[in-house]
Design a protein around this ligand. Structure first.
Ligand code: G3P
Ligand code: MG
Length: 271
C-alpha cells in the first residue's frame, strides 16, 4: 500500500470548512478563498452519499447548506450534485456544488494546501466512510505535500482509520478534553489533540505540552484569542476568518521596539 509523508508540519492557521465565514463551507470556492487569504492548510468534513461516494458536507441533512432536503445518507451523488450549495450563503455563490472528496483533494493539490480531513460519518456508515475516504486520499495525495491529518469525533471511524492506514497522522477530536485523554490518544494512535475553543483550558495545554502532543483548537475567529492561545502553547487554530487571522498574525509577528516575540508566534505558516 502507498504510504504518505508522516511528517506533521502543522500551520498556525487552518481554514475551517474552507473559510466558513467568507464563502460557503465545505465547497471548492471556500477552499480557494482560504488559500487566497493566506491559509496553508484547510479542514473539511467528509461523509458518504447513499451510493458510497465521499463528499464534503457537515450535517446529516442537506437543508442548512444546500437547497435540498432530507438525509445525505439517503441520497445518491446524482441527486446531490445538482443542488445549490452556495446560494444560502450569498447570491454571488449561487450554483456552487457539493464537492466530491476527489474534487476537493484535486484543488488542494493544485493549490499546495495541506489538509485536515475530518471523517464525519452518517450514522451506521462509520467504517465505510473511513475506508472509502482514505482510499481516495491514498490514490490522489502526493508525497511532496505535507502529510494529511485525519480526525474524527467518531471513535469507530477513527479506529477504522487506524486499522486501515496506520501510517496516516490522526487527530483525536473532542469537544471537551476527556480525563483519560492520554489513553484515548494511545488507543487510536493519535498525534494531536483537537479541542473546542469553548472548553480548552491552560491545564490541558500544559499537560499536552509536557506529553509532546500538539493541541489544535477550533473554532477561533477572534485574533486576540488566537494570539493568547498561541502564547499558551497551542499549535494551530481552526478559523472561519482566515483573512483576519492571517493579518493579525502578520502584524503580531512584526518585531517592534520593546516587544520580544515568543517562538510560538514566530511564523504564520509553521512552527
Ligand atoms: O475539526 C475541527 C472542527 O471542524 C470540528 O467541529 O463541527 O466544525 O466539524 P465541526
Ligand atoms: Mg469539521
Amino acid at each position: 500500500m502507498k504510504t504518505l509523508s508522516q511528517a506533521l508540519d502543522l500551520p498556525k492557521i487552518i481554514g475551517h470548512r474552507g473559510a466558513a465565514a467568507l464563502a460557503p463551507e465545505n465547497t471548492l470556492v471556500g477552499i480557494r478563498r482560504a488559500w487566497e487569504e493566506g491559509a496553508s492548510w484547510v479542514e473539511f468534513d467528509v461523509k458518504l452519499t447513499a451510493d458510497d461516494v465521499p463528499i464534503l458536507l457537515h450535517d446529516e441533512r442537506l437543508s442548512r447548506t444546500t437547497d435540498g432536503k432530507g438525509k445525505v445518507a439517503a441520497k445518491t451523488l446524482a441527486e446531490i450534485q445538482p443542488l445549490d450549495a452556495g446560494g444560502w450563503f450569498g447570491p454571488e455563490f449561487a450554483g456552487e456544488r457539493v464537492p466530491t472528496l476527489e474534487a476537493a483533494l484535486a484543488l488542494c493539490i493544485e493549490l499546495g494546501l495541506g489538509i485536515n480531513l475530518e471523517l464525519k460519518p452518517c450514522k451506521g456508515r462509520e467504517i465505510e466512510t473511513a475506508r472509502l475516504a482514505l482510499n481516495v486520499l491514498l490514490d490522489l495525495w502526493p508525497d511532496r505535500l505535507p502529510g494529511p491529518l485525519i480526525s474524527s469525533f467518531d471513535q469507530v471511524a477513527l479506529g477504522a482509520a487506524k486499522s486501515l492506514v496506520p501510517s496516516l497522522a490522526r487527530g483525536c477530536l473532542v469537544t471537551r478534553v476527556p480525563v483519560k485523554w492520554r489513553e484515548r490518544l494511545e488507543k487510536f494512535g493519535c498525534r494531536t489533540l483537537n479541542v473546542s475553543n469553548r472548553w480548552i483550558r491552560k491545564r490541558h495545554i500544559e499537560a499536552a505540552k509536557r506529553a509532546g502532543v500538539p493541541v489544535l483548537v477550533y473554532t477561533v475567529n477572534d485574533p486576540a484569542r488566537a494570539i493568547f492561545l498561541f502564547e499558551q502553547g497551542v499549535r494551530s487554530i481552526f478559523s472561519d476568518r482566515v483573512d483576519v487571522m492571517a493579518k493579525a498574525l502578520t502584524a503580531y509577528c512584526q518585531p517592534s521596539p520593546g516587544r520580544t516575540l515568543t517562538a510560538a508566534a514566530g511564523s504564520i505558516t509553521s512552527v
